[in-house]
Design a protein around this ligand. Structure first.
Ligand code: NAD
Ligand code: UDP
Length: 315
C-alpha cells in the first residue's frame, strides 16, 4: 500500500466512484465520504471489501476530523434537476463544504483539489471557453445556487492559497458521462439513453441546437489525478473536458443509432439560463498536465449504454 491517505468527498457519486476505484487500484489508502444525497452504495459496492478502502457517511457541511494527505472535494449534486431540488442545501454544500475541507487541509497540511465546473462561465459569450474568461453568470436565477456556489468555492480555494499557503488545485470540469450516472438525474446523456432503451420519446429541450462537449469518465479521472500530482506551483484553474462540440440534436440522433431504438424526438421548453454553447479550450491542460481526452463519443456512449441496459434489467 502507498503511504498516501486520500479523502474523496462525494465518493459514492458518479465521478467519485470512478475516482475511488482508480485510487484503490493504485494502492492509495482511500477514505470515501458521502451523505448519499445523489450517490449510491451500488456505485462503490465493488470496493467495500478492499483493505485500502473505507466508507464514511458524512455531510461535508459539517466539520470533519480525519488525517489525510490529499483531498479531492467532489461532494455536490451536479445535475440541474438535483441541484435545483434543494438550492439552499446546494449552496451550503459548495460553500460550507469547501470551508470545512479547506480547514481540514490546513490542519493536516493536505493538498486539496476542488471539483469546479464549466458552469462558472455561465452562459458564455466567448468560445471556446478559456480559463482567463470570467464568465457570464446570472446571480439570481435557478442555476445560481450551483454556479455561484462553485464560484465562491473557487474564491475560497484561492484565498486559502494566498492567506494560508495551502497547496490547492482547481479543475473546471465540463460535461462528463459514463457508467454510474444516476438514471433519474435529468442529465442529457442519461435521459436520452434511458428514454431510448425504454422506447420512450427523446426529450429535446428547445430546438436542440444548443451545444455541449462530452468527456468520457475515464479520461476525466485521468485528468483529475494528473492535476493532483502536478507540481505545487501549478494550481489552475484548469479546464478538463473534451473539445468535441455537438448539438443536443446530434447527440439524440447518435444515441438512437447506437441503441437501435425507434423512439421519436419530442420538443420541450428550454430551461431558464440554459447555456447556448459550451466547449472547453484545453490548451492549458495539454501543456501543463500533458493531458487530452482519448475516448471518442461513440465508444464512450457504447460503454454507457451497456451500463444502463444492465441497470434497467435489474430494476
Ligand atoms: P453526483 O451527484 O453523482 O455526485 C455527487 C456526490 O456528492 C454524491 O455521491 C452525493 O451524494 C454527494 N454529496 C452531495 N452533497 C453532499 C454533502 N453535503 N456531503 C457529502 N456528500 C454530498 O455528481 P458527479 O457528476 O459525480 O459530480 C461530482 C463533482 O464534479 C461535483 O462537485 C460536480 O459539481 C463536479 N462536476 C461534475 C460534472 C459532470 O459532468 N459530471 C461537470 C462539472 C463539475
Ligand atoms: N437537455 C435536453 N433534454 C434532456 C436533458 C437535457 O435537451 O432530456 C439539454 C439541456 O437543456 C442542455 C443540455 O441538454 O442544453 C445539457 O443538459 P445537462 O442537464 O446534461 O447539463 P448542463 O450542461 O445543462 O448542466
Amino acid at each position: 500500500m502507498r503511504d498516501d491517505a486520500v479523502l474523496v468527498t462525494g465518493g459514492a457519486g458518479f465521478l467519485g466512484s470512478h475516482l475511488c476505484t482508480r485510487l484503490v487500484r493504485e494502492k492509495y489508502d482511500v477514505l470515501c465520504v458521502d451523505n448519499f444525497y445523489t450517490g449510491t452504495k451500488r456505485n462503490i459496492a465493488g470496493l467495500l471489501d478492499a483493505a485500502n478502502f473505507e466508507l464514511m457517511r458524512h455531510d461535508v457541511t459539517f466539520s470533519l476530523y480525519v488525517e489525510v494527505d490529499q483531498i479531492y472535494n467532489l461532494a455536490c449534486p451536479a445535475s440541474p434537476v438535483h441541484y435545483q431540488f434543494d438550492p439552499v442545501q446546494t449552496t451550503k454544500t459548495s460553500v460550507h463544504g469547501a470551508i470545512n475541507m479547506l480547514g481540514l487541509a490546513k490542519r493536516v497540511k493536505a493538498r486539496i483539489l476542488q471539483a469546479s465546473t464549466s458552469e462558472v462561465y455561465g452562459d458564455p459569450v466567448v468560445h471556446p471557453q478559456k480559463e482567463d474568461y470570467w464568465g457570464h453568470v446570472n446571480p439570481v436565477g435557478l442555476r445560481s445556487c450551483y454556479d455561484e456556489g462553485k464560484r465562491c468555492a473557487e474564491t475560497l480555494m484561492f484565498d486559502y492559497y494566498r492567506q494560508h499557503a495551502l497547496e490547492i488545485k482547481v479543475a473546471r470540469i465540463f460535461n462528463t458521462y459514463g457508467p454510474n450516472m444516476h438514471p433519474n438525474d435529468g442529465r442529457v446523456i442519461s435521459n436520452f439513453i434511458v428514454q431510448a432503451l425504454k422506447g420512450e420519446p427523446i426529450t429535446l429541450y428547445g430546438d436542440g441546437s444548443q451545444t455541449r462537449s462530452f468527456c468520457y469518465v475515464d479520461d476525466l479521472i485521468d485528468g483529475l489525478i494528473r492535476l493532483m500530482l502536478s507540481p505545487a506551483d501549478f494550481i489552475g484553474p484548469v479546464n478538463l473536458g473534451n473539445p468535441g462540440e455537438y448539438t443536443i440534436r446530434q447527440l439524440a440522433e447518435e444515441v438512437l443509432r447506437l441503441t437501435g431504438s425507434r423512439s421519436k424526438l419530442t420538443f420541450k421548453p428550454l430551461p431558464s439560463d440554459d447555456p447556448v454553447r459550451r466547449c472547453p479550450d484545453i490548451t492549458l491542460a495539454q501543456s501543463q498536465l500533458n493531458w487530452k481526452p482519448t475516448v471518442p463519443l461513440e465508444d464512450g456512449l457504447k460503454e454507457t449504454i451497456a451500463y444502463f441496459r444492465v441497470l434497467l434489467e435489474e430494476s
